[in-house]
Ligand binder design. Structure first.
Ligand code: SAM
Length: 220
C-alpha cells in the first residue's frame, strides 16, 4: 500500500474536529489523570503535549498550574483548544503550536520536564519518523525528564483489520490510519531512554474497546 493520500490524514482530522466539538468526549482522559499524578510526583512544571487534538488533557495540566506547550498539526483542533483555554482563563498557561511533528519539534534543547501524548504515536507515522520524533523529544527534555505516551497495541480489535497501509499500519473504516505496537517494538524504539513502564489498559469507545499500551520513559 502506499502513501498516496497520506497528507489527507491532517485534512481528515480537521474535518472530524470541525464536525464534533468534543470528538473524544468533554472530560479529560483517564490516562491524562494518571499522567498528572506522575507529573506531580516528578515535580514537572513545563510540559510538551504532542497531538493535543481539541485539548481535553491540555486543560487538565494547565488547571494544575503547569505550563503546557500544546502542539498538533490540525489547525481546527488547536483553534478549538485555544478558544476553550481562553474561556476557562487558562490561556496564560497554554502555548499553542500548529506543526507537523515529522518536521521536528520547534523548541530549544532541554526546555521541558515532560513530554505527553495520548494516541499520537499510534497515528500514520512510519517507524523511521517515530524514531526521529522520539529523538526530538530526548533533545527537548531536561535531564531525567519523562516521555509518557499511549499507543494502540497488537491485542486491539482493529489490529490487522482494514486496508494495510504498510509496516504495522491499517486504515480503519473511519478513514484513520492507525499504527499498532507490540511491547517489543516499544522497547526497541526507546533508544536513549530508560523504560520505566509498559502497561496494557482498556479504553472503552462507543462501538468497541481500544487496547492501549501506556508507556513511561525517562531520559537516560
Ligand atoms: C487520536 S488523536 C488524539 C488527540 C488527543 N491526544 C486526545 O486524546 O484527545 C491524534 C492527534 O494527533 C494529531 N496528529 C497526527 N499526526 C500528527 C503529526 N504528524 N504532527 C502533529 N500532530 C499530529 C492529530 O491531528 C490528532 O489531533
Amino acid at each position: 500500500m502506499g502513501r498516496e493520500g497520506a497528507s489527507d490524514q491532517r485534512d481528515h482530522w480537521d474535518r472530524v474536529f470541525e464536525g464534533a466539538e468534543d470528538y473524544f468526549g468533554p472530560e479529560p482522559s483517564e490516562f491524562g489523570w494518571r499522567a498528572l499524578e506522575m507529573f506531580r510526583a516528578a515535580g514537572a512544571k513545563d510540559i510538551l503535549e504532542m497531538g493535543c487534538g481539541q485539548g481535553r488533557d491540555t486543560w487538565l495540566f494547565a488547571r494544575e498550574g503547569m505550563r503546557v506547550i500544546a502542539l498538533d498539526y490540525s489547525e481546527s483542533g488547536v483553534c478549538q483548544m485555544r478558544r476553550r483555554a481562553c474561556q476557562m482563563c487558562l490561556d496564560p498557561n497554554v502555548s499553542c503550536v500548529v506543526q507537523d511533528v515529522r518536521a521536528g519539534i520547534p523548541l530549544p534543547d532541554s526546555c521541558v520536564d515532560a513530554v505527553y501524548s495520548h494516541m499520537f504515536f499510534t497515528m500514520e507515522l512510519w517507524e523511521k519518523e517515530i524514531r526521529y520524533i522520539l529523538a526530538e523529544c530526548l533533545r527537548v527534555l531536561r535531564p531525567g525528564g519523562l516521555n509518557i505516551y499511549t499507543v494502540r497495541n497488537d491485542h486491539d480489535p482493529h489490529f490487522k483489520k482494514g486496508l494495510h497501509w504498510g509496516e504495522d499500519m491499517w486504515q480503519s473504516p473511519t478513514g484513520f490510519v492507525v499504527h499498532f505496537f507490540s511491547e517489543d517494538k516499544i522497547r526497541r524504539m526507546a533508544e536513549g531512554y530508560q523504560v520505566l513502564q509498559v502497561r496494557e489498559f482498556d479504553d472503552p469507545a462507543k462501538q468497541y474497546t481500544r487496547k492501549l499500551y501506556e508507556v513511561v520513559l525517562r531520559k537516560a
